[in-house]
Structure formats: C-alpha cells, structure tokens
Design a protein around this ligand. Structure first.
Ligand code: SF4
Ligand code: SF4
Length: 143
C-alpha cells in the first residue's frame, strides 16, 4: 500500500514536471498584470487607440472586412513614430459610449489582464496596471 502511494506521488511529480516543462515554453506569454482602479469615463481610450498588427490603411481595411465590429473605428492620424492612431465613431463628445450594450469584446475587456505586449494606459486613466514579474510568480508559489 505504502509502495503504491509512493509510486503515485512519484508519477504525479513526474507528470507535474512535464507539465511545468511544457509551461516553461510559454513563460514570455504568461506575463500578467494586476489591474486596480476603475474607469473615469474620460473617453481617451476610445479616442486614441493603437493597434499592434495594423501598419497600413490596406491592412486596416482587411481587418474591418474580417471583423465587422471594427468598422466603427477610423484612422485619426499618426504619432511621431508614424504609427496609426485610431478612434471610434461612436464615442460621444462627453467621452461616453453611444453603443454601450453592443460594444465589441475588446472594449468590454479593456484593460485586459493578460496581453502579449507591454501594457500602457492613457495618462489620467482611472485604472492602474502593475506587472507581475517572474520573481512575483516564484514568490507566490513559495507562500
Ligand atoms: S482612458 Fe481609462 S478612465 Fe478614460 S475611459 Fe478609458 S478606461 Fe476609462
Ligand atoms: S464601441 Fe464604445 S467603448 Fe468601444 S471604442 Fe467605441 S465608444 Fe469606446
């Protein structure tokens, strides 16, 4: 009986090590962020947006074709580095969403907890983001 328990624990450890090994390949993508605070309804995130994968107007049109919900967005201009700045046609002058019930998932989930690039909020945004580092994960695990 004791041997069987020993065997189970060893097998469990073995599978757990394989699982951790598998997860280790995704560590860079498992950076997560602690989000605190709340929306102040300033409308900045609806008026000034960046996209990580849209560099030309053609790409933007393709995105809108593939994802009709993105048709509410338009190119507002470019920043000093030449990156597009997008805005939403549906934000009111007061900074509120005029289509709140049907806003896309990206708006519902903003700001997301798990993203693949460094998070940055608008100045004055009511939310605060703190990065959870690899050491934070280790410390959590050792508690
Ligand atoms: S920038 Fe921040 S505070 Fe302003 S509307 Fe967006 S989430 Fe809310
Ligand atoms: S759909 Fe609403 S919440 Fe989303 S960007 Fe437009 S105005 Fe903002």
């Amino acid at each position: 009986m004791a041997n069987s328990l020993c065997y189970d624990v060893t097998m469990f450890d073995f599978f757990r090590s394989i699982w951790y090994e598998f997860l280790s390949y995704f560590v860079p993508e498992k950076v997560s962020y602690e989000i605190t605070g709340q929306c102040k309804k300033c409308g900045k995130c609806c008026n000034y947006m960046y996209s990580v994968d849209t560099y030309t107007e053609k790409e933007f049109k393709i995105m809108q074709f593939l994802f009709p919900a993105y048709r509410r967005f338009y190119i507002k201009g470019k920043d000093e580095f030449g990156n597009f700045i997008f805005a939403c046609k549906l934000v009111t002058k007061e900074g509120l969403c005029s289509d709140y019930k049907h806003r896309p998932a990206m708006c519902r989930n903003y700001p997301v907890k798990r993203i693949f690039y460094p998070a940055k909020l608008h100045e004055g945004c009511g939310y605060k983001i703190s990065t959870k580092t690899f050491n934070d994960y280790l410390n959590d695990k050792n508690k």
